[in-house]
Design a protein around this ligand. Structure first.
Ligand code: GAP
Length: 459
């Protein structure tokens, strides 16, 4: 099926209707760039994070986990360069409506690529080409806008801090703690999942560009001479992650960031882009070789030695490879990939073809009729078994069976288990204790003995 802007609108609507994603503070008119995850959204989000942790931390011998505080000493952000121009976006204002725009996006919409250009250079193009705001009004001069959210700490409110704009710095400032406490062998990495905040000038496109989001980041410490070889290994591991979350390789591509556009700390960066419906390819995750810039900057600023000491006494400041993933962008890509419309029983149906390990519910259990106590009692027994085994199992006795199937299809439940009169052995004793398992993708129904149900669903 072709997925376009219309598809994305349908996904956003499904997300609200079925409890995946709600606008933040909706009853007060919302807050731009803030979204809330509903019951099914938080389930999907947790599954993404759990699978990521399994693959990139628990599944490896060379990785350590971390959960650093969101609030950090302001010196962290001075040393990392975030308080300076490096973490600013170019901002322009419509001189009449006072609406603000990201100058680079506005220029892009007008056919100009201004990546890497200074505000003065962008001003010059705006003037020369007579570029106006989307409302047709003149624009202000471009100015640098720092994206960090500043906050005050303590009763006196005199200690400045920031909501972290990336989880990465929490890893760098804990480098020495992890080395001293865990004695890792080189190369090794530290993984972290957590919230990050950026005061984006123009939050947009659902969860794509928001002001509060979650990142899943790895800082992988290497000896300088090994960086390019290990870069290739990690690059393949990143592809394996996209396979694991069900993204088709046709919809993911690599974008090699040109040298003149690289961040000042990076010697090589690949953006992994996803083909978002109606938007096209855009950044899903980043993979950067950050040299030893961060550890060195923190070493200079803090006076602490952030070095690795080999068994033979050789000391050095390790270099670092950084795979960095946004959870919200992964969630959007997974929903976009899974969203499917087909025809079943002469009707158009919508379903989410989610991988079973990501689906909010692994299975749904229903009694065929909810007013037959013997069916309900048996269904409750089966539900208890599955709930104990999988945890994320739904009880669904709302409406007729057809409606339940449609509802479960729409939220991506891979299997619906129905307890009917045959389960009770009333019609054919040989079918006693068997249930119907309906497959979400094909609609096919299979009779399975209750004793084999867990193994069947696991398969
Ligand atoms: N530590 C490196 C770093 O933060 P980044 O490219 O700025 O690099 C990494 O961000 C990932 O975080 C992005 O690829 C994206 O998935 C996610 N991300 C960044 N800004 C975001 C925003 N405003 N809204 C949603 N996700 C965002």
């Amino acid at each position: 099926m072709i997925k376009d802007k219309n598809t994305m609108e349908k996904i956003v609507s499904l997300c609200k209707r079925r409890g995946f994603v709600f606008q933040g503070s909706e009853i007060y008119g919302g807050l731009a760039g803030a979204w809330d995850l509903g019951p099914l959204g938080v389930a999907l989000n947790n599954n993404i994070k759990r699978e990521w942790w399994k693959m990139f931390v628990d599944g490896r011998e060379d990785m350590y986990g971390l959960d650093a505080a969101i609030l950090m000493n302001e010196k962290v952000w001075e040393a990392s360069g975030h308080t300076g121009a490096g973490f600013c976006d170019p901002l322009v204002e419509d001189l009449e409506t006072k609406e603000r725009y990201r100058a680079d996006h506005l220029m892009e919409d007008n056919g100009y690529d201004v990546e890497g250009k200074t505000p003065e250079q962008i001003d010059e193009i705006i003037e020369r080409e007579g570029i106006k705001s989307p409302n047709g009004n003149p624009l202000s001069k471009v100015r640098e806008f720092n994206m960090m959210f500043e906050t005050k700490v303590g009763a006196q409110g005199d200690v400045r801090s920031y909501l972290r704009p990336e989880t990465a710095q929490g890893i760098f400032v804990n480098f020495k703690n992890v080395v001293d406490s865990m004695n890792p062998k080189m190369p090794f990495g530290i993984g972290q999942i957590g919230k990050a905040f950026r005061n984006e000038i123009a939050p947009r496109e659902f969860l794509f560009r928001v002001r509060e989001f979650e990142q899943m980041e790895v800082e992988y410490f290497v000896k300088e001479e090994n960086w390019s070889e290990l870069f290739e290994v990690w690059r393949q591991d990143i592809w394996k992650w996209f396979d694991h979350i069900g993204l088709s390789r046709d919809n993911v591509r690599e974008f090699e960031v040109p040298e003149n556009d690289l961040a000042h700390y990076s010697k090589r960066t690949i953006d992994f882009e996803y083909n978002f419906p109606g938007k096209g390819f855009d950044e899903l995750a980043g993979f950067a070789y950050r040299t030893n810039h961060d550890l060195k900057s923190h070493m200079d600023a803090s006076g602490e030695k952030l070095e690795y000491i080999e068994a033979d006494g050789t000391r050095y400041v390790p270099h670092v490879l950084e795979p960095s993933f946004g959870v919200g962008r992964a969630l959007t890509a997974i929903l976009a990939e899974a969203y499917t419309e087909d025809e079943m029983g002469g009707e158009v149906r919508t379903f989410l073809k989610l991988p079973a390990h990501l689906a909010p519910y692994r299975a749904a259990v229903s009694p065929l009729l909810k007013n037959k106590p013997e069916l309900v009692a048996k269904a409750r027994e089966v539900f208890a078994v599955l709930k104990k085994e999988f945890g994320n199992v739904a009880w669904d006795d709302n409406g007729n069976i057809g409606k339940r199937y449609r509802r479960q299809d729409e939220i991506g439940t891979p299997a619906c288990v129905t307890i009917d009169f045959e389960t009770l052995g009333q019609e054919d004793p040989s079918l006693k204790d068997t249930v119907t398992v309906r497959d979400r993708d094909t609609g096919e129904q299979t009779r399975i003995h209750i004793s084999e149900l867990v193994a069947y669903l696991k398969k």
